[in-house]
Design a binder for this molecule. Structure first.
Ligand code: KIV
Ligand code: ZN
Length: 513
């Protein structure tokens, strides 16, 4: 096969990143964009894990056209039946069955013998095959498994109907040469018709390198996630795998993917906005500095010929400089037009709310850029999610001698609720006021402030993580005033916590992955 299949697991492994809690609407928005990006397979979730996961996988299977929609499942029949229920409506569906094969996982986590694991795989894969032809099997923690035993189990999976063998480096322990050899060993040893896949975690920062070593040794599917999201240090970053294959086609013998690379930046920004996970400035491919040249000597070279310092064209990954798009006099039509061009499809109340925020911003900032517009939506305005609380008015006071204090009026559905707070600074006071008004008090354990563009009137962009009522949620807020941005971010996190807490579902604790 001269093509590498891209299996995106942003919505499954990516969603397992601490603090990410996407609801069905948010997952659908991402899945639609992944389809536009051209991924071959979307792993939409782990249907047995919770009712919310099931609903999301089912909704994606029902409405997203193009990619294969996969659901993850352990080997037990209850899991497999639930996974099938969730993916069955997809144009093309896949059940992804996994069970660990490493000594430590079998002994300590599964408490199963080698023979029991083999029996589980035979029965689980056969059950999945009774539902659909497209079955993937993953020997979890494959890299740390006894290789002979691991391929024996893979052979059982293929004999019972698995069409893809995915080889995970679950804990990111592999180095490229060894991981590549393991892939070659699987291909040489396991008989039958199947595609070999990689699934590499990034604990040593080697996930992309290991995945590519897998490809060089015959893997033709790579499991990866947008912005490298995933358990702990994450998974291989989709955008890096794809652009390495494309940019170094000479090295990878012209292997292609189906990805429309011009959609990469937009997809990255959308995932960042909905998950609340910022993209590091110098992140390869999609970081805001990935194509910026600082040193004079570099700038001079690039002006003479971009190839002096650029191995890729910024436009080929959808990274153009933020352009000035709108100002104070721009109307609703121009606003919604610009949003559409940015891939932000707002309608109804969400569009109205975003337009009001845009007008407020235009009063404070002369030129509104694409980056500003995205930041406005980043505050969850466009996600189609109904927020319980929103800000009606907000006052705060501070100075070198006064005790910082804040007063906030929020709308809670139709009613107004008020809160007053004092703190060791104005942000602290604002948070205390919102906590009083909403009744949600928690601990802010992550707090990042950055600016969306440059200049004294730039928007401040605050991302924080809040722990409250046993739930962790992220929130994002933007404003030309960082105190207000912080208050907005805090309120966004509170809204998420209320939403999650109020869901009747209790997320079932599942073993692995
Ligand atoms: O990391 C892992 O092993 C996994 C499997 C479920 C594929 O996520
Ligand atoms: Zn994983």
């Amino acid at each position: 096969m001269d093509r590498v299949l891209i299996f995106d697991t942003t919505l499954r492994d990516g969603e397992q990143s601490p603090g990410i809690a996407l609801d069905v609407g948010e997952k659908l928005e991402i899945a639609d964009q992944l389809a536009r990006l051209g991924v071959d397979i979307i792993e939409a979730g782990f249907p047995i894990a919770s009712d919310g996961d099931f609903e999301a996988v089912e909704a994606i299977a029902q409405s997203v056209k193009g990619p294969i929609i996969a659901g993850l499942s352990r080997t037990g029949f209850k899991d497999i039946d639930r996974a099938w229920e969730a993916v069955r409506h997809a144009e093309r569906n896949r059940i992804h069955v996994f069970i660990a094969t490493s000594e430590i996982h079998m002994r300590k986590k599964l408490r199963m013998t080698h023979d029991q694991v083999k029996a589980e795989v035979a029965a689980g894969v056969a059950r999945a095959k009774s539902y659909t032809a497209d079955i993937e099997y993953s020997p979890e923690d494959a890299f740390r498994s006894d290789a002979e035993f691991m391929v024996e189990v893979c052979q059982i999976a293929v004999d019972n109907g698995a069409t893809t063998l995915n080889i995970p480096d679950t804990v990111g322990f592999g180095v490229p040469e060894d991981f590549g050899k393991l892939i070659a060993y699987v291909i040489d040893t396991v008989k039958g018709e199947y595609v070999v896949s990689t699934h590499c975690h990034n604990d040593l920062g080697l996930a992309v390198a290991n995945s590519l070593a897998g490809v060089s040794n015959g893997a033709r599917q790579v499991e990866c996630a947008i912005n490298g999201l995933g358990e702990r240090a994450g998974n291989a970053a989709l955008e890096e795998v794809v652009m390495a294959l494309r940019t170094r086609a000479d090295y990878f013998n012209g292997l292609e993917t189906n990805i429309k690379t011009e959609e990469l930046s937009l997809t990255s920004r959308m995932v960042s906005r909905l998950t609340g996970y910022p993209v590091q400035f110098n992140k390869a491919i999609v970081g805001r500095n990935a194509f910026a040249h600082e040193a004079g000597i570099h700038q001079h070279g690039v002006l003479e010929d971009p190839e002096t310092y650029e191995i890729m064209d910024a436009g080929s990954v959808g990274q153009e400089a933020a352009q000035i798009v709108l100002g104070k006099h721009s109307g609703r039509h121009a606003f919604s037009d610009s949003m559409e061009k940015l891939g932000l499809h707002l309608q109804g109340d969400a569009l109205n709310q975003a337009f009001v925020r845009f007008k407020e911003l235009a009063d404070r900032k002369v030129q509104i850029t694409e980056a500003d517009l995205e930041a406005i939506v980043a505050e969850e305005l466009g996600t189609g999610v109904v927020h319980r609380f929103s800000i009606a008015s907000f006052e705060f006071r501070g100075g070198t001698s006064a005790t910082p204090s804040a007063d906030v009026v929020l709308t809670d559905g139709g009613t107004k609720v008020e809160g007053h707070g004092e703190g060791n600074g104005m942000i602290d006071a604002a948070i205390a006021a919102i906590a009083e008004a909403t009744g949600v008090r928690g601990t802010v354990n992550e707090f990042h402030v950055s600016s969306v563009t440059s200049g004294g009137d730039a928007l401040g962009d605050v991302v924080l993580q809040l722990d409250a009522d046993g739930v962790r949620a992220s929130g994002r807020g933007v404003s030309t005033d960082v105190v207000e941005a912080s208050a907005r971010a805090y309120l966004a996190a509170v809204n998420k916590i209320v939403r999650l807490r109020d869901r009747t579902e209790v997320r079932e604790r599942v073993v692995g992955p």
